[in-house]
Design a protein around this ligand. Structure first.
Ligand code: COA
Length: 202
């Protein structure tokens, strides 16, 4: 499929959001890992090419997730945006988003999510978007807060990666971790954005 044939769902000044395709799995797999050791569990789980079609099928057909791709102003695939735990009857879904490690902190993610919300609360007809964000992940938290997401709760969940509690280089975020029944656990904030609150910010 050429760039011109890609069906754009919604666009921001620099980004376009469109359905995620099998070709995007390969492009995503070509991303480098995140430099930040705290994001070790967020880097792409590496898959040999022969598993990728099945991975996408499992995600969409068995898990019922709805994946989208984010392209930058040159048409380059730079991010993934996922709706998980889609509950159409309740008008709700859980957001997942990650960008190519090479473009973090340049506003692309906030812009893409901001644009996507128009599609989500508009043509898709959802009422509420939920997400969980690691308390240590300040960039993601600020991005969501700037779009109007509000804190509604918190929980602890398993955290893959280095021993954040005992290594001095992680002292600045140590309060967001504990040793629990799952091993090393990170604090997550539960956030939500309702359509009315979103509309009020426009
Ligand atoms: C989370 C993510 C989608 C945000 O998109 P982004 O385009 O990188 O974010 P932005 O550049 O718009 O930055 C968002 C905010 O964080 C701030 N920020 C940027 N880099 C930062 C950093 N290294 N540390 C703390 N804050 C940072 C920005 O200034 C901005 O704050 P502001 O609105 O108060 O100015 C993207 O960073 C990402 O994919 N991260 C890796 C995967 C991930 O964490 N996914 C989310 C899991 S819940």
């Amino acid at each position: 499929m050429t760039l011109l044939e890609r069906p754009v769902l919604v666009a921001g000044p620099r980004v376009q959001v469109r359905p995620f395709t099998r070709a995007d799995v390969d492009a995503w797999q070509a991303w480098p890992d995140y430099d930040d050791a705290l994001l070790a569990g967020t880097s792409p789980r590496r898959m040999p090419p022969e598993q990728r079609t099945q991975w996408l099928r499992e995600l969409t057909q068995r898990q019922g997730q709805i994946p989208f791709a984010i392209d930058d102003e040159s048409g380059r695939f730079i991010g993934r945006l996922f709706l998980r735990a889609v509950r159409a009857d309740e008008g709700a879904a859980v957001l997942g988003i990650d960008l190519d490690p090479d473009v973090l902190g340049r506003g692309y993610g906030t812009e893409a999510l901001g644009a996507f919300l128009r599609h989500y609360f508009g043509p898709m007809g959802f009422d509420r978007m939920q997400l969980s964000v690691a308390a240590f992940n300040e960039r993601a938290r600020r991005s969501y807060a700037s779009l109007g997401f509000r804190l509604v709760g918190s929980h602890w969940d398993t955290h893959p990666g280095p021993d954040v509690i005992s290594e001095p280089r992680f002292r600045h975020v140590a309060q967001y971790f504990r040793r629990g029944s799952l091993g090393l656990e990170a604090l997550f904030y539960d956030m939500v954005l309702e359509r009315d609150a979103w509309r009020a910010l426009l």
